[in-house]
Design a protein. Sequence first.
Length: 286
Amino acid sequence: MTAEILTIDTPSGTVRATAQSQGEDAVLYALTGVLRGFVHVAGTHHPRRWDQFTALRVSLGSVNAMDATAPAESLPRRRGSATGYTGGLVQWTDDDYPYQHTATTLVESTAGNAPSAATGEALARVMRACAEDVAQRPDLHRLLDASRERETPGLLRFLDWSMRRGEAEAARFERKAQADRRDARTAVSSWWTAARWLTARPHPVLALLLMNYPGSLARRADYLPAYADYAERTAREERDRVGRMRTEIASLRAQQRPRRPTRRSAARQRGAADAPPAARSGNRPA
């Protein structure tokens, strides 16, 4: 079986990327031409839906950048140059918008310098081409399933922590809104009390109390209700976010549970095991 080779035109010249499957978990591309090194492509979760594994993560180097640091010798570099580059992108498709979205992480040299415009464009084109190639593979579903198994335990720990933090933040903003409402009522009541005193017995000190300046009763009565509105709105947003995370946590845990095969599916599995193996086609890319 011959390995699949992508030919990618870039401003710096032609890059050839040879696909090398790494089990069911990822696809590794060896680069030759004007760029040398590796590009790693693995499945990952949707950027806005933690429980939906429908995205691809591309990392410069030979490993998933979210899991480990790539060996320096595997980082892509210009032919004849010793400067390797790190970075990556995430590519996904939304149901509401049937076209691909791409979010690129910072691409820089191992010394922390930005690549030249031509090198940066070449790396971006190579990453997009590798992502598009994996997205069209017939075994894409297996790669995404493997990413679900790999990422779910860590995602559950993160979402549990984030949900607890969100609940605490929502409660804090709710307390702040109550305090701001109470202080605003106190400021308004005190202002009117001073106004009645000034009417009954005029005095410069009472007139000063009624003036609008930083820290005055009038200023506090003016801005505290707006502060309370902001705190209440933020608390509602936190509650909504916590609710979405709770739903995604339940979905992730449900996906973790092994499905018990029915009698009919178990019989089909036994029949498939007893059948002779089918000849493997040589037309399928590596």
